[in-house]
Write a protein that binds this ligand. Structure first.
Ligand SMILES: [Zn+2]
Length: 464
């Protein structure tokens, strides 16, 4: 079964890529087809045909033989703080819960520079791309020393990742009862003006967009109620998406009750932060009323299992959310609370953690892949990524099953990917461009970036 178009009917035929002979091609299409010996035919940045390899065209500008590989739609990461890659395993923050962890780190992050944003974004994106992730959001909410969201955006363009950059913010410092030190918060009028500038400069709402901008106050405990409301109004005036952290742990819930007299979900509703254009990170402590309300309104969740375990935040009720109809995507979260921020490992931990909380059938390998592909696409408001089908963006990843990591697991290649969780993609293609080829990142000099990243990490920690 395949969908082969009539090639004669199209003019201006662009560069073509044929990927074929995959052991298994997992489409995540409407019929959830999994095709043995499957392949893809790509023209420019979009998929033209998907099916059995012998039903596809037999020539193309580039042909990739994927014998021995499992092919999946490019993974979609819905929550990250890429700058935190500079502060992995900082001793003072290794063994703390959320508020203590943040308090240990804010003073270090106060010394970030524009180059640090740029290099850490390249590092984090390299890790994602090399683990089969083709689209990522990032939540940058701290802007000291001239740092700008533009620094991340430029890095994404350089490395070739599909990017949802979000303009984060913090405006309530310790002197006003917030958690962050006053030195790292911004004025609210400046936040809103810069957010407008970024949307007007960069946001692309077209199909196959490589860059979108979202509006993302950091959390209810670091911005005012007024900024939550104004951010939501600003985002909606431009038709861009809204993102923040919500109900991450019990202290977060206690803060909400004490400061606002509401649960986090009630506060989100009160400030305009529900709807199908909103996604909240974590929601570990989202209560039953909150789950119902999120389902009713189409409000999305970025589930970040490694971070939730690292900070002992708890087990997000993902199974219950999905059963209720809440859109759920997967997120690695920042590398200071998930020191190995790559998406295949995150799928595995999502599966394992739901089972710890809710039993052995709480999440299957196919559920985990769905959250990491279609779930992420929905949470980011996209219908052009997350599945391999004609008309979708040409974003896919292939993993070589012939090595040690999958030895003895070849009966079910899709489940092998999630359960065995070897993170190294052999091929990652983004928007029709080969970014990872035979396990090698093509777009940047990775060795030089890692070396610079380590030097900047040292400089950052020593400055604090
Ligand atoms: Zn986060």
């Amino acid at each position: 079964m395949s969908d082969v178009p009539s090639f004669d009917s199209r003019r201006g035929r662009g560069r073509t890529l044929l990927a074929r002979n995959a052991d298994l091609l997992v489409t995540m299409d409407a019929a959830r087809r999994e095709i043995r010996g499957g392949g893809l035919y790509i023209e420019d940045n979009r998929i033209v045909a998907v099916g059995a390899s012998d039903a596809l065209p037999d020539s193309a500008d580039e042909i990739v033989d994927l014998s021995g590989h499992v092919v999946i739609p490019g993974l979609v990461n819905t929550h990250h703080h890429m700058y935190q890659s500079l502060t992995r395993v900082l001793p003072a923050a290794q063994d703390a819960e959320l508020f203590g962890w943040l308090t240990a780190l804010y003073g270090v992050w106060a010394h970030l520079t524009p180059e640090m944003i740029s290099v850490s974004t390249l590092t984090a994106m390299a890790e994602l791309l090399m683990s089969g992730c083709t689209t990522s959001s990032d939540h940058l909410y701290i802007y000291p020393n001239g740092c700008r969201l533009d620094d991340s955006i430029e890095a994404a363009g350089r490395i070739g990742m599909r990017f949802h950059a979000t303009r984060g913010s913090m405006s309530i410092g310790q002197s006003q009862g917030g958690l962050p030190p006053d030195a790292v918060v911004e004025r609210e009028d400046a936040i809103l003006a810069d957010t407008r500038r970024l949307i007007e400069t960069y946001h692309d709402d077209g199909r196959y967009a490589m860059l979108r901008v979202g509006v993302a106050p950091c959390s209810p405990f670091s911005v005012s109620r007024a900024l939550m409301r104004e951010s939501a109004a600003l985002a909606r005036s431009y038709g861009v998406r809204l993102h923040t952290h919500l109900a991450e742990n019990v202290n977060d819930v206690a803060y909400s009750r004490e400061k606002f007299g509401m649960t986090p979900a009630e506060y989100a509703q009160d400030t305009g932060w529900v709807g199908d254009d909103v996604w909240h990170a974590h929601c570990v402590q989202l209560d039953a009323a909150g789950i119902d309300m999120f389902a009713r309104t189409g409000t999305g969740v970025a589930h970040c299992p490694c971070s939730n375990m690292r900070l002992a935040s708890g087990i997000a009720p993902v199974r219950r959310m999905r059963d209720a109809g809440v859109p759920v995507g997967l997120g690695v979260d920042g590398s200071a609370s998930n020191d190995g921020a790559q998406m295949v490992g995150e799928m595995r931990q999502a599966l394992l953690l739901q089972r710890v909380g809710f039993g052995p059938d709480a999440l299957s390998a196919r559920d985990a892949l769905e959250i990491a592909t279609l779930g992420g696409a929905r949470v980011l408001g996209r219908d052009d990524i997350g599945a391999l089908a004609p008309g979708m963006a040409a974003d896919f990843a292939a993993f070589d099953l012939r090595g040690l990591a999958f030895a003895g697991a070849r009966h079910d290649p899709l489940a092998a990917l999630v359960f065995c969780a070897s993170e190294r993609a052999a091929w990652t293609v983004v928007n029709g461009r080969v970014v990872v080829r035979n396990g090698h990142l093509e777009t940047i000099d990775l060795g030089a970036i890692v070396e610079r990243h380590n030097a900047l990490s040292r400089q950052l920690v020593e400055a604090a």
